[in-house]
Design a binder for this molecule. Structure first.
Ligand SMILES: [Zn+2]
Length: 110
């Protein structure tokens, strides 16, 4: 056959979609997770956690607002990391907080 066809490298037609073992969350599931995490922030504020109280987040490895931070056993995650973790856990991408922190530590801090 005339001409050479060069196979496309690294261009998957379905790139951006999760692997098969990962469940995509519905908008309702995402909204529910966001709502729950929001309640943790509100509960902490109602219990008197002030805006300038900080925790050391194991996920982003920075001091973060204590309001909304969640303890998973020995691991403390800030509101934002806890939200990411819950979404990843619900969609089957991580099994537990340890795996989430390990996953995060492989990436540069945001
Ligand atoms: Zn964090």
């Amino acid at each position: 056959m005339p001409g050479n066809s060069i196979p496309a490298i690294g261009v998957a037609p379905d790139s951006g979609r999760p692997p098969r073992s990962v469940r995509a969350l519905s908008p309702q599931q995402l909204a529910a997770i966001h709502a729950v995490m929001r309640i943790f922030v509100e509960d902490d504020r109602e219990r008197g956690v002030t805006a300038d109280e900080m925790v050391d987040c194991a996920g982003c490895r920075r001091p973060r607002a204590a309001a909304g931070a969640i303890n998973y056993g020995d691991i403390t995650l800030c509101h934002h990391c806890a939200l990411s973790y819950e979404v990843m856990r619900a969609s089957g991408r991580v099994r537990n907080a340890e795996a989430f922190v390990a996953e995060r530590s492989r990436r540069p801090a945001p």
